[in-house]
Ligand binder design. Structure first.
Ligand SMILES: C[S@@+](CC[C@H](N)C(=O)[O-])C[C@H]1O[C@@H](n2cnc3c(N)ncnc32)[C@H](O)[C@@H]1O
Ligand SMILES: [Zn+2]
Length: 535
């Protein structure tokens, strides 16, 4: 932002309009010219190269775009660094707890095992920017292996490692390989595996879940949002094994589909996932999950997955778990759920239901971790180039109601009834006054996550319309059918303590500039593929 103000004053911002993305980039980042390393005569012959700085790392800009680089992913890299820092703290705590439990005289192998710095695999590393940032910026990190199957990328990565000095050179190991083969041949070897693919990570998931050490983290992005958010249901099913649903909650649904897909790969190998945080930002989603091994926990996986039935008229939705708990011989076991208890058509508006999922219906964040990541981000704000964006997202994430998969949208409720819009605070108060919990969501400023049933939400809206009547429109559309029923209770919109969303910190940040989107796949011309969706 400071840089943009500077540009405005110098008149550079006006000149920037209509320039291709790469040139815009040059004005906005800390660009400089650097001499290539003396040990690389071919590069020396080519003269000084333009460099890009992000955090403490500087990499060479690849003018030909034969190696992928997207500056907008600074948010993605910053949030990953924040999660890595908290993971290292967690690992220390867990190690200390194990040692305390074992006691001084314990000679068993696990009690004697020395603390090891976490090893990281960046499986789709491109220029190595991310891997080098992990190595240079995260204290207590072990070796970082940077794999890519593109030779040009591996060469660029080597140069960038060398350019970033001895710490980078001692920690980052570049490797030319197919990530799937590499991960399969290194089972449970890495404490952290980072997947940041073009488009979908689906092809990498089976090998990735096997490569993570017990208690380690899988960090995984997906940029194929058109597929995951309901634009192409057949492709979503073939890649992720789930049907997406269109609607305002589609980005949260995308997160839950990806989590369900990772879990489904993990359980094949007697492993299971525990989400740390799951975020939708800019044009993609990214999930951070721990992976553990336990044949018995794997059996309860169906309790964490659900189908969603969504009304085609009013968008009311209902979840149906795949499994249910059955108590037998004093033991709780997961068995297939009973048939759906929903009526054939929506009791609010009379339309049919469409089915989506299966999706992950358990919490998508660990609130304690989210809070500790957030306080780390605040404490080290100067270490994060994307501080305003990532702190806004983490603030929202740490306030989300965990026991309420998906959400209703204020905008959608009013659009169905064609009524004036109450404020978010009013609706939150009415939900709380009716005895239910409610929160916002980081994916949408108009989201209401709540444990209130749909019937309560619609009754609140019926009461709202009694106070703010709508014009009568003839016809049988969903809004009319909903309003033809009397509310079963009287909603109260009066203020309750804690209902207002605090405005002290920003929850949603606008994009900093034009073309803030997916980058151009390596090998394509950035001028013709500025808005490439990386599929
Ligand atoms: C989106 S880029 C990664 C960007 C990088 N993580 C960053 O933060 O700058 C995806 C990279 O995956 C590499 N890639 C694609 N398929 C691969 C495979 N099967 N094995 C290894 N690398 C692969 C591409 O060459 C490309 O460099
Ligand atoms: Zn309906």
């Amino acid at each position: 932002m400071t840089l943009s103000l500077g540009l405005l004053r110098s008149g550079l911002l006006n000149r920037r309009i209509n320039q291709p993305a790469n040139q815009v980039l040059r004005l906005h980042l800390a660009f400089s010219s650097a001499s290539p390393s003396p040990s690389d005569p071919s590069a020396a012959a080519a003269g000084p190269q333009t460099t890009i700085r992000e955090g403490k790392v500087e990499i060479f800009l690849d003018e030909s775009n034969s190696v992928f680089y997207n500056k907008t992913q600074v948010n993605n890299r910053d949030i990953s660094i924040a999660v890595l820092r908290s993971f290292i703290l967690k690992r220390h705590e867990e190690y200390a707890a194990r040692s305390r439990k074992a006691g001084p005289g314990d000679t068993t192998l696990s009690a004697q095992a020395k603390y090891k710095e976490p090893k990281v695999l960046e499986a789709l590393a491109a220029s190595g920017l991310r891997a080098i940032r992990y190595a240079v910026e995260v204290d207590g990190i072990g070796e970082v292996t940077a794999v890519d199957n593109n030779e040009a990328a591996v060469e660029a990565c080597k140069k960038n490692i060398q350019h970033n000095g001895s710490l980078a050179s001692s920690k980052v190991v570049p490797h030319h390989a197919d990530a799937r083969v590499y991960m399969l041949t290194h089972p449970k070897e890495f404490d952290v595996v980072d997947l940041d693919p073009y488009g979908s990570p689906a092809a990498f998931l089976d090998s990735a879940v096997q490569c993570v050490a017990d208690g380690g983290i899988l960090m995984c992005s997906a940029t194929d949002m058109a597929v995951l958010a309901g634009g192409n249901a057949e492709v979503c099913f073939s890649k992720y094994g789930s049907y997406p649903l269109r609607g305002k909650h589609c980005h949260e649904m995308a997160l839950r589909i990806l989590l369900a897909c990772i879990e489904s790969h993990a359980i094949r190998h007697k492993r299971y996932i525990v989400p740390i945080i799951s975020v939708h930002m800019d044009f993609y989603i990214r999930v951070f999950v721990r992976i553990f091994t336990s044949a018995s926990t794997v059996k309860s996986s169906p309790l964490k997955l659900a189908h969603v039935y969504q009304c085609t008229g009013c968008n009311s939705f209902y979840l149906q778990n795949i499994g249910r708990i059955h108590s037998k011989d004093k033991e709780n076991i997961a068995v297939p759920n009973f048939r759906l208890t929903l009526p054939e058509v929506c009791s609010e508006c009379g339309h049919q239901f469409v089915m989506g999922g299966p999706l992950w219906s358990y919490p998508i964040h660990d609130k304690v971790w989210a809070a500790s990541i957030l306080s780390d981000i605040h404490a080290m704000r100067e270490a994060y180039p994307a501080y305003p964006k990532i702190s806004a997202i983490l603030s929202s994430v740490s306030e989300e109601l965990l026991e309420a998969p998906l959400f209703v949208s204020l905008h959608n409720l009013c659009a169905i009834l064609k009524c004036t819009t109450p404020t978010m605070v009013m609706l939150q108060c009415a939900i709380r006054n009716a005895g239910y919990q409610v929160s916002g969501s980081h994916v949408d400023p108009l989201a209401l996550k709540t444990d209130a049933p749909m019937s309560v939400i619609w009754d609140i809206m019926r009461c709202w319309v009694k106070l703010h009547p709508v014009k009568h429109r003839p016809g049988n559309h969903p809004g009319n059918v909903i309003l033809s029923q009397e509310p079963k209770f009287q909603a109260k919109f009066s203020r309750v303590l804690g209902a207002s969303v605090t405005r002290k910190r920003a929850r949603f940040m606008p994009n900093p500039e034009k073309y803030w989107g997916p980058g151009t796949k390596a090998g394509r011309n950035p001028r013709t593929f500025q808005m490439d969706n990386r599929n």
